[in-house]
Design a protein around this ligand. Structure first.
Ligand code: AMP
Length: 362
């Protein structure tokens, strides 16, 4: 038994190494060559042939399951720069296969397990919905993420899907799992998928209260005269670059990953939506000399500016706008200046134009 397991593990390891070494180079290379022919059909056919080829080849050569082979084929293709195109091209096929997949899962499911083993089904659902999400909650909190993020991630993980069916099927075929085990996994998956929207509905109710109770920490830079930048996107990035060395800066950024990257790059960052009063407040607005509102939505910008103006009547507030109507809205909310992107481009173009009138040739 142990010997057989060791051989299987050895084969899987050899398969993974071969896939990582050869697959990383060969598959992207083929994808590029096929893409350069310019034929969409050929590209779609190539992706399909490679996916099925790797899946079949791996099951024939290494004895791993067809599904595991296909999974690795997908992982390898994801490495290629053309992966998005490959995914788009195969989307209709994926939907068709997904339907077939779920039909076959439905045929495997024996509903009588709900009556025969109600306790075992309840325990399986509890492991998935409570156990798995609790583990996720602990891990996310251990990484010092906000409770709201931890709860959202655990609710997202409070279900199992197709990969568990593949593993259960593999377990049964290798005689590691009794067939009843697969029925329990299937029942657990179906029930946990049904319960998931309810969990999210509950989360929607809890999150606003939690967010209000969890005010963001005020960065040290906010205690002295400083500038505040809201939104570190295409506009905000350039503003932050230009402010380097001129004034201490506090950035408010809603996007979690972007905020993390900024923090790692040494910025004083508050992660959250600046429309929320507690987020804006933690930027130390009373000490701010300048507020740069570089978010794309003018209505959000206006709400941010109104609150900022109420907190600090003296700060210079500069906002991003798209139209004259935006400028009027933002000025009315309390902005000192609202700049329209297109007009600034024209201004920059003119700055590059000849300074003096060139001699005209008739
Ligand atoms: P861009 O459109 O490329 O200039 O990006 C706008 C940036 O502003 C993105 O990084 C958004 O996450 C961020 N952002 C948009 N709205 C808000 C908001 N209300 N509070 C904080 N950050 C925001």
């Amino acid at each position: 038994m142990l010997g057989a397991l060791a051989i299987t593990l050895g084969k899987v390891a050899a398969f993974v190494v071969l896939m990582l070494v050869v697959g990383r180079r060969v598959i992207p290379w083929i994808l590029h060559r096929v893409a350069h022919t310019g034929s969409r059909e050929l590209f779609r056919l190539g992706v399909l042939a490679m996916a099925l080829g790797v899946a079949f080849g791996s099951s024939a050569l290494f004895g791993v399951s067809f599904a595991l082979g296909a999974f690795f084929a997908g992982m390898i293709m994801a490495e290629s720069e053309l992966s998005q195109q490959a995914a788009n091209e195969t989307l209709p096929l994926r939907d068709a296969f997904a339907v077939l997949f779920f039909v076959s899962i439905g045929m495997l499911f024996d509903p009588s397990v709900l009556l025969r083993q109600p306790l075992a089904v309840a325990a399986t659902v509890a492991i998935i919905v409570v156990g798995k999400s609790l583990a996720a909650l602990v891990i996310v909190l251990a990484f010092k993420r906000p409770k709201s993020v931890a709860l959202t991630i655990s609710a997202s993980l409070a279900q199992i899907g197709e990969f568990s069916f593949i593993l259960a099927g593999l377990g049964v075929s290798l005689k590691l799992l009794p067939p009843e085990g697969r029925d329990l996994v299937l029942a657990g998956a179906i029930l946990s998928i049904l319960l998931n929207p309810l969990l999210f509905a509950l989360l929607d109710k809890i999150l606003p209260t939690l967010a209000a109770r969890e005010p963001p920490r005020q960065p040290d830079a906010a205690a002295q005269p400083h500038a505040v930048l809201v939104g570190y996107g295409r506009v905000g990035r350039a503003v932050a670059e230009g402010l380097k060395g001129r004034t201490p800066l506090v950035v408010i950024e809603d996007d979690l990953e972007r905020a993390d990257a900024l923090r790692e790059a040494g910025f004083a960052v508050i992660q959250g939506n600046a429309v929320r009063p507690e987020v804006l407040k933690s930027a130390g607005l009373d000490k701010a000399t300048h507020l740069f509102v570089a978010v794309p939505n003018p209505f959000e910008a206006a709400r941010i500016i109104e609150q900022a103006r109420a907190a600090n009547p003296k700060a210079a507030i500069i906002a991003r706008a798209y139209s004259d109507a935006d400028v009027a809205l933002l000025r009315q909310a309390g902005a000192n200046q609202a700049l329209i992107g297109e007009q600034e481009i024209a201004r920059a173009m003119l700055a590059l134009a000849p300074k003096r009138k060139a001699a005209t040739v008739h």
